[in-house]
Unconditional design. Sequence first.
Length: 164
Amino acid sequence: MRALICTWIVCVSVAFTGVALAAPGGDARAKYQAAQEQFNNGNAEQALVVIEEGLAIAPKDLDLLYLKGTVLRALRDYLGELDAFQAYLNAGAIGAKRRLVEGWIKDLVLAKTTSLEITLVNGPADIYLESKTLGALCTATSSCIKPMLPSVYKVIAERPGFNR
């Protein structure tokens, strides 16, 4: 009988330890789902806030790190994206996603030494790249410098009272 009680106590202890250890992962999973929903609804900035909350709970969560890189890409924060995907690799990513991210990192390294500089004679103006749907790249008063990937860009400058 005593052995049965000891076994029962050990089992209950192990079960509670498993629940306690699983709880942060569960919270991180909920944060991932909430961030994914925010991102899918076009709220990239809010998604990034939720991702950071999840990474505070589980700093090496591969899904959160990958999503962070994806959100930062949408926000055109290439240096932040580089850091996020490097953290993703450092956290132990494997398989096809790892190879994909390694290829992206080779391209993203170029953003460390390449930037786009917009200079305005009579600012301020909102500066967009390619289309307005992605949001303003910056609001240039006299100049705006952003790390970018090498490419050819269509630059749109808009200022109230002036033609595009």
